[in-house]
Design a protein around this ligand. Structure first.
Ligand code: ARG
Length: 455
């Protein structure tokens, strides 16, 4: 395949393989998004009189054909195509003739690839967002259902104070709600249109960047052309940092689950369909899904480190090193999406072993309560502490009630209504954003779309 930059030399095959082989696989995921970017760019060119009515119509049929071929898995990148941007332009030129050669007017592959990546990332984030909300809801439902189930609370992995299954699950819901703040910041930063910044220095044409950004549903135009390129890899790293926060919550949940399902603890059980066995030990039922959930935050940390590293020590502007940022970004988005789905399956399948968990409720968990009872009778805390340290084993804890811990966030007052309200607000925010995105994308894809009149 002829390269877009082809002049009077041919690229050495070993070099071509080195430069493009991994990229060809990754770029396959960008087909739809590169087409969307190209559709909007073409409309922008039409708006400023650089494409005629006839040409924009032709291009639209060309874009639609590629979308159809891609849906049928017949638009497959092959060695020699270099990248998705080249393949699409070459295809348009082959099928439509001269007009195909006009689509690259006023853009560079540098802003083109950035646009496709931002759209791809946005699309993925719009899948991760509701999956996070569903996981939060699952934790909140679990917390409400088991708000009264006592369990030991641990510090230093030693029994500390009475806790509840409700407190335990509610902690993950609240953690994930916090993570949404970081997530939305990353979403907003990614939601900027780099299209029109060209190679990183703009072009001497009257491009209407805002018009094109609106067509693509971007929140704003990324203003400075050079910054568009400088932000490649950096915005990706912010996105992955936000995903890491989510996976940190999932990591802790998975680690607890692994402990609570051991035969020594047996506080809870996980449905058999979610567990696997051993090839040699017939008795085994492993919750290895939780181990694989736990591991993913580490993979993302590696990806984060790749993204920060790849985008550092580069001089301003486009550097080909940035091509390697696609793999860690794409992998992080995909892993987070599947972790959220799997974590929800796990939460929904947890069965509490009440008998076992009751046996774990032992006197030392109430030592602090006895000390505080003395405090209520006027004894100083330090004196009460010393007295209780020698007597707590003999004391009864049958008169203890969860309701005694009524301050907000205590086991008698989990603050679930507030968290539910917060979740509802978050669900609304997501719905608004998702509806906006769906409307913009279907309007762009629609053949009925009327072109804006030329000024
Ligand atoms: N595959 C490249 C990337 O992802 C395409 C961008 C531009 N290439 C170029 N030689 N300027 O970065």
């Amino acid at each position: 395949m002829k390269k877009l930059w082809q002049k009077n030399w041919n690229l050495d095959k070993t070099i071509e393989a080195f430069e493009t082989q991994v990229d060809l696989v990754l770029d396959q995921k960008l087909v739809k998004f590169d087409i969307l970017g190209s559709m909007a760019h073409a409309q922008g060119l039409y708006k400023i009189g650089l494409l005629t009515d006839e040409e924009i119509k032709l291009l639209k049929t060309g874009f639609q054909e590629i979308i159809n071929l891609n849906d049928l898995k017949q638009f497959v990148l092959q060695f020699g195509d270099e990248d998705i941007h080249s393949k699409i332009e070459n295809h348009l030129t082959q099928t439509l003739g001269e007009v195909g050669k006009k689509i690259h007017t006023g853009r560079s592959r540098n802003d083109q690839v950035l646009t496709a990546i931002r759209l791809f990332t946005k699309d993925s984030l719009l899948q991760i967002w509701p999956a996070t909300l569903e996981l939060i809801e699952a934790f909140l439902d679990f917390s409400l259902k088991h708000a009264g189930v006592l369990m030991p609370g641990y510090t230093h992995m030693q029994k500390a104070m009475p806790s509840t299954m409700g407190l335990w699950a509610g902690a993950f819901a609240e953690g994930l709600l916090d993570d949404l703040a970081l997530f939305q910041t990353a979403y907003t930063l990614n939601d900027q249109s780099p299209l029109g910044s060209a190679a990183g220095y703009g072009v001497p044409l009257f491009l209407d960047r805002q018009f094109v950004a609106n067509l693509l549903g971007f929140g704003k135009v990324q203003n400075n052309s050079l910054y568009c390129q400088n932000s490649r890899g950096k915005i990706e790293s912010v996105v992955v940092a936000a995903l890491i926060a989510i996976l940190q919550e999932i990591n802790k949940f998975a680690t607890d689950l692994l402990l609570f399902t051991t035969s020594e603890f047996r506080f809870v059980e996980i449905s058999s369909e979610l567990c696997s066995g051993s090839s040699i030990m017939p008795q085994k039922k492993n919750v290895d899904v939780a181990e694989l959930l736990r591991s993913k935050v580490h993979l993302l940390l590696g990806n984060y480190s790749q993204l920060v590293g790849l985008s550092s020590n580069l001089v301003s502007g486009y550097n080909r090193d940035l091509q390697d940022s696609k793999k860690p970004l794409f992998e992080s988005l995909e892993l987070t999406c599947s972790c959220l789905q799997v974590a929800k399956l796990l939460v929904d399948s947890i069965k509490i072993n009440h008998e076992q968990i009751n046996m774990a409720i032992s006197p030392e968990l109430f030592a602090t309560h006895h000390a505080l009872n003395l405090v209520k009778q006027g004894v100083s805390f330090r004196e009460a502490y010393q007295k209780t340290a020698v007597s707590y084993q003999e004391k009864s804890f049958s008169d203890f009630s969860i309701k005694d811990s009524v301050h907000l966030g205590g086991i008698g007052n989990l603050g679930l209504p507030q968290l539910k309200k917060q979740l509802k607000n978050e669900q609304k925010k997501y719905q608004i954003e998702s509806d906006k995105y769906q409307a913009v994308i279907s309007s762009l894809l629609s053949q009925k779309e009327t072109h804006e009149k030329k000024d």
